[in-house]
Design a protein around this ligand. Sequence first.
Ligand code: DAH
Length: 335
Amino acid sequence: MGTIADLAQKIERLQGDLAARLSEASDATDIDGLKVEFLGRKGSITLLFKEIGQIDPSERGEAGKRLNELKRHATEAIEQKTEGASDAELKRRLSEERVDPSLPGVYHSYGHLHPLTKVQREIEFIFMRMGFDVATGPEIETEHYNFDALNIPVEHPARADWDTFYIDDERLLRPHTSPVQIRVMEQTEPPVRIICPGRCYRRDTQDDTHSPVFHQIELLWVEEGLSLAHLKYVLEVFTQEFFGEGYDMRFSGDYFPFTEPSVQVHIKAPDADDWLEIMGAGMVDPAVLTAVGYDAERYTGFAFGLGIERMAMLRYGIKDIRAFFTNDLRLIKQF
Ligand code: DAH
């Protein structure tokens, strides 16, 4: 039969033991371990409760009280230590994991539009302000839209002017944006006022002014009473808005199967000696209007086609068209 004195000794030993072990514990894992060791289901304090049964019944009440006190003390001590440990952990992190605002940040560049896209949009906006709509068409075209409907029948020598990539006997990669004119006119009654930007393809060997992939913008205005004078006015407004004040503009004769007369448009910078050719244009050939079902006696129209790369090269002083397609960021970033 145990006595209360024996129990008191054990309690004292356990308390001392726990205090010593707690003071050695350095982190939350250690402390959790001690909690299990002392207060767990098979912990030393828990087991001590089992000894109550061996104590003289008259002293059992006192024994229980002391054991409960031990348990309470132990629980409190462990809790305190846990709090202390997390405070210490917080302090350690605060001092070690300090943010250093003097370190360089992480930079993300946002990127921007490609110079060709910028120029394309700029040209689109100029004509949209004049009342033109933007229309697009497929890059894979049929001979009908690309040639026949534009008054260039099979065996017409002018077909050779467009060095065309053929996919099969009927389909091809469009070498110009002019087929979009036909597609739009087939679907619309006059007046038609459109510009058609888009990618084009030609079997050209690359050099500083040729690229097998390039971009054009087509313009078409069909309405009653239009003349070459209207074309000239529209182009004067365009030249002034895109290139600036003081440019001269002139027409020279040219030939395109879909326009009659056909012209080449040249501009000259205020302080320059040379004229620069910027596009082909003309009055839409009545045969083209008739082919889409328009009354060519009633309606006239004009059209032009310009190269976006050429415009961008003139605008930015770029001498080699390949610069647009090689994606050299040193160049692209300048725009
Ligand atoms: N389609 C012609 C080309 O690629 C450019 C052109 C010239 C378009 C005169 C036109 C035009 O609409 O009227 O070379």
